[in-house]
Design a protein around this ligand. Structure first.
Ligand code: SF4
Ligand code: SF4
Length: 299
C-alpha cells in the first residue's frame, strides 16, 4: 500500500521513447492533464523555476480555476519553461515512483519536448545555436574569435542578429576565449593518491563546451585547486558535446546518435538511460580506470 508522501528513494523508470504511444499527442495531453492537476493541488515547486508559476497562473486565470479550464494549447507554455534541471524530481516531489501516482515531472516535460521536436516545431535557429561544439570550434579559430566577440558587442550587428535569428539584442551573450581550456591546460598532475577511503582520490576532468570555449578560467581555477591540494587529475583523453542542448530540444534521436558515436569511439557499450549525458561521454574510459568525474559548472 502506498504511503502518504514518498519516503522511499525515487525510482526512475526509463523513458519509453521508442514506443508509438510516447509520441501520441492525445495520450501526452491526458498525462499532462493528470500531472498538472496533481501539481495544482500541491504547488510545492512554485519557487523552483518558471514552469510551475506558469502552470499555476494558467489555472488561476481560467474560468473554472482548475486544470480542466486551461486550454490544451497552453500546455506547452509550461513545457517551454522547463530546462530539465531535475530539481523538482530529485528534491521536492513526494509523488515520484514508487508512489502510486508515478509522477516524474521532468520526464513528462522531456516527452512533450520530444513530441514538439518530432512535429518539426523546433526552430532552425534553436538547432543552430544548440550546436555548441560546432559553434565553439568555429568561433575558436584565431581572428574569427575576435570578430565574433566584436560582432556580439555591436548594437547594429545585434539588431541584425535579432531580425535574422530572433536572439534578443539585449540578451547577454558569452564571449569566446582566444585559447580553449583544453589547449591551454596542463593535461595531468601526477600526485600520489593519498586519500582513497571514501573517494577514488583522483579526478578525471570533463571540461564541458562552456568552460572549454567560453569560460576557460573556471577550468584553470579547478586545476589549480586540485594541484594545490595535491589531488592527481587527468583531462579526459577525448571530449565531445554531452548532448544536453539537443536533449533540451527534445531531439532524442540526436542524443542517441551522439551517444552511440561516443561509445563506439571509446569502445564502450551504452548501458545507461538517455538522461545521463556526462556518464555517456567519452570520459567513460578514464572514469572506469578509477577516477572520480569532475565537471566544472557555474552552479
Ligand atoms: S526539471 Fe524542469 S520543471 Fe523541474 S525544477 Fe527543473 S526546470 Fe523546473
Ligand atoms: S512536481 Fe510534485 S512536488 Fe512539485 S508541484 Fe508537482 S506534485 Fe508538487
Amino acid at each position: 500500500m502506498a504511503r502518504e508522501g514518498n519516503l522511499e528513494a525515487p525510482t526512475r523508470h526509463p523513458l519509453d521513447w521508442l514506443s508509438e504511444d510516447f509520441y501520441n499527442e492525445e495520450s501526452l495531453n491526458a498525462e499532462l492533464e493528470r500531472v498538472y492537476d496533481i501539481c495544482h493541488g500541491c504547488r510545492r515547486c512554485v519557487s523552483l523555476c518558471q514552469s510551475f508559476p506558469t502552470l499555476f497562473d494558467l489555472v488561476d486565470e481560467s474560468d473554472t480555476m482548475e486544470v480542466d479550464g486551461v486550454d490544451k494549447k497552453d500546455y506547452m507554455k509550461v513545457v517551454d519553461q522547463c530546462y530539465l534541471c531535475d530539481l523538482c524530481y530529485m528534491t521536492k516531489c513526494p509523488y515520484t515512483p514508487p508512489h502510486e501516482w508515478n509522477l516524474d515531472f521532468p520526464h513528462l516535460m522531456l516527452r512533450a519536448k520530444a513530441v514538439k521536436f518530432k512535429k518539426g516545431e523546433v526552430l532552425a535557429r534553436d538547432k543552430f545555436l544548440s550546436d555548441t561544439d560546432g559553434l565553439g570550434k568555429f568561433a575558436g579559430i584565431p581572428i574569427v574569435t575576435q570578430t565574433v566577440n566584436a560582432v556580439n558587442k555591436s548594437s547594429v550587428a545585434r539588431g541584425i542578429l535579432e531580425n535574422a535569428l530572433g536572439v534578443d539584442k539585449k540578451a547577454w551573450l558569452p564571449e569566446f576565449a582566444s585559447t580553449k581550456f583544453r589547449s591551454g591546460a596542463k593535461k595531468s598532475a601526477n600526485h600520489p593518491v593519498k586519500d582513497g577511503k571514501h573517494t577514488p582520490g583522483k579526478v578525471a576532468i570533463y571540461s564541458t563546451c562552456y568552460v572549454n570555449y567560453n569560460e576557460p578560467g573556471m577550468g584553470h581555477d579547478l586545476l589549480a585547486i586540485l594541484d594545490h591540494n595535491e589531488i592527481p587529475y587527468v583531462m579526459v583523453e577525448k571530449e565531445a558535446c554531452c548532448g544536453m542542448p539537443k536533449l533540451e530540444q527534445g531531439d532524442l534521436q540526436g542524443v542517441a546518435e551522439k551517444k552511440s558515436h561516443q561509445h563506439s569511439a571509446s569502445g564502450q557499450a551504452g548501458q545507461r538511460g538517455l538522461r545521463d549525458p556526462y556518464a555517456s561521454s567519452v570520459m567513460h574510459t578514464d572514469v572506469q580506470a578509477g577516477a572520480a568525474a569532475d565537471v566544472p559548472r557555474l552552479c
